[in-house]
Ligand binder design. Structure first.
Ligand code: BUP
Length: 454
């Protein structure tokens, strides 16, 4: 075994929000003199995932792909297809053992998604190699996952949240509004909750918990988690973010954007899994039009892209498209989001606050107007606001309420103000320091590589 080039296996699970950070980490390790194998579970849920995997391996030929055919899983109930994939991967993961015990060179470290942490821990123990989990959400939301069983128990004692506005977190971390916690979190019969309870115990068994965040951005949370006071014997939290973007086959071809003045365009995307209702999309159009702001809007018509067949003109009013054609651009399909956020014309980001999007905006210094929808997004939106990267439109409560165009107009005007850019630039500088040689995030990555050589 060549002790100078460790062989690290990387295992993402389902959805772009989980795949992107793993591919980024894989590329970063490969450029830091590691042999890297990415385990790609097939079939994927979305076309975006399989396209991304193909283009990634085409442009990173030094990274090995281990195609992992999943056992068929046919849920009897109506279940979110991405959750179904987490379960399918969990059900198949034992089949990995023989594939990983014979690799050449032998594996030195295993880094996996937290949704399969327990099974991966067993394999890594058998192979006598260190295991890490990579957390694809904020350290703040992770603190809820880490003490899930305790929070569920406390909630049950308090009568299932009746009359409770805030959830207390151990060790003096600020309480979280109950309205920010996804309801399935407290429902032991829900897949989301079952996945957390099955895997949270391994947070004390792994060698480290990598989080795509940086010390400056979430310092208080990271410090408290690492004090051992939230969960006794919790593995060390290692902030490794913001993860660097990897090389792509081609640059975005957006001549319209290239011709816009610096920092004048609002970028709008609700991530890979959130489709707003048609009524809400139309109100967003009203808000955009009234604000007078230039915009680049990535439109999504359904949760899984394979079903997203409608044309832009079938989703948005044609007269809106006609009236705004000189100062706005609406697109469907996959764009390279981080490259767009890095574009000099982008001056704001209306975002659902998926955590990767937050880290990309931090890395590029783009102020966020947070319109979280579900899952971890409200907790992430609070982190964004606390760090000074943007503001959270708190009253826009997820999927249930129709937010009117006038309210959207006002918030858009606010986020495009110059003072927000100054604050976001400061965040960008802190993010860059974390990634420089000697910065906390870079040191954490180097620590994992060194530990893999032993
Ligand atoms: Br859509 C889209 N291009 O067109 P999040 C997304 N992305 O590069 P999500 C593109 O996918 P969860 C597109 O830059 C980010 O890296 C984006 O992850 C990229 O949101 C990733 O931001 C999306 O975490 O995940 O997918 O909604 O719901 O798990 O937060």
């Amino acid at each position: 075994l060549d002790q100078t080039t460790p062989h690290i296996a990387i295992f993402p699970t389902a959805g772009m929000g989980h795949l992107m950070p793993f591919l980024r980490l894989a590329a970063m390790l490969a450029t830091r003199n590691c042999t890297v194998t990415v385990i790609a579970a097939k079939p994927t849920v979305s076309a975006a995932e399989s396209d991304q995997l193909s283009s990634f391996f085409a442009t990173h030929q030094n990274i090995k792909c281990l195609e992992f055919q999943l056992l068929p899983y046919n849920p009897t109930t109506d279940i979110d297809p991405f959750f179904a994939q987490f379960i399918a991967i969990s059900n198949s993961v034992h089949l990995l053992h023989p594939l990983l015990s014979n690799t050449s060179p032998p594996l030195s470290t295993f880094i996996a998604d937290f949704t399969i942490a327990s099974s991966v821990c067993k394999i890594a123990t058998d192979l006598s190699i260190p295991t890490y989990v990579l957390i694809t959400t904020s350290a703040r939301f992770f603190s809820l996952l880490a003490c899930h069983s305790q929070l569920v128990e406390n909630n049950a004692k308090k009568g299932g949240g009746e009359g409770v506005d805030y959830i207390e977190i151990p060790a003096g971390l600020p309480p979280v509004p109950l309205s920010s916690i996804p309801p399935p979190f407290f429902n032991p019969n829900h897949y989301f909750s079952a996945i957390i309870s099955a895997n949270a115990p391994s947070f004390t068994k792994v060698n480290g918990i990598l989080v795509n965040t940086f010390d400056w951005f979430e310092s208080a949370t990271i410090e408290v988690l690492n004090s051992g006071r939230v969960v006794r014997d919790l593995a060390p939290i290692l902030p490794v973010g913001p993860l660097e973007s990897f090389k792509f086959g081609h640059a975005p071809n957006l001549p319209w954007l290239d011709n816009q003045p610096a920092k004048s365009v609002l970028f709008i995307s609700f991530g890979s899994r959130t489709a707003l209702s048609k009524d809400q999309l139309s109100e967003l159009g009203v808000g955009l039009e009234k604000s007078g702001c230039k915009f680049l809007w990535i439109l999504k018509g359904s949760k899984v892209d394979k079903q997203d067949k409608e044309e832009i003109e079938e989703i948005l009013d044609e007269s809106f498209l006609e009236r705004t054609k000189n100062r706005g651009m609406v697109m469907k399909g996959w764009v390279n989001q981080e490259q767009i956020l890095a574009h000099p014309a982008i001056g704001g980001f209306l975002s659902h606050c998926g955590w990767n999007s937050v880290m990309e905006a931090a890395r590029q210094g783009v102020p966020i107007l947070a319109w979280p929808q579900h899952g971890d997004q409200r907790v992430n939106a609070q982190v964004v606001e606390n760090a000074g990267l943007g503001s959270w439109a708190r009253d826009w409560i997820g999927e249930k309420i129709l937010v009117k165009g006038e309210e959207i107009e006002e918030k858009i005007r606010e986020i495009m103000r110059l003072e927000n850019l100054a604050k976001a630039s400061e965040v960008r500088e802190k993010a860059r320091h974390a990634r420089e040689i000697g910065g906390n995030s870079e040191q954490a990555i180097q620590g994992i590589i060194e530990a893999s050589k032993q």
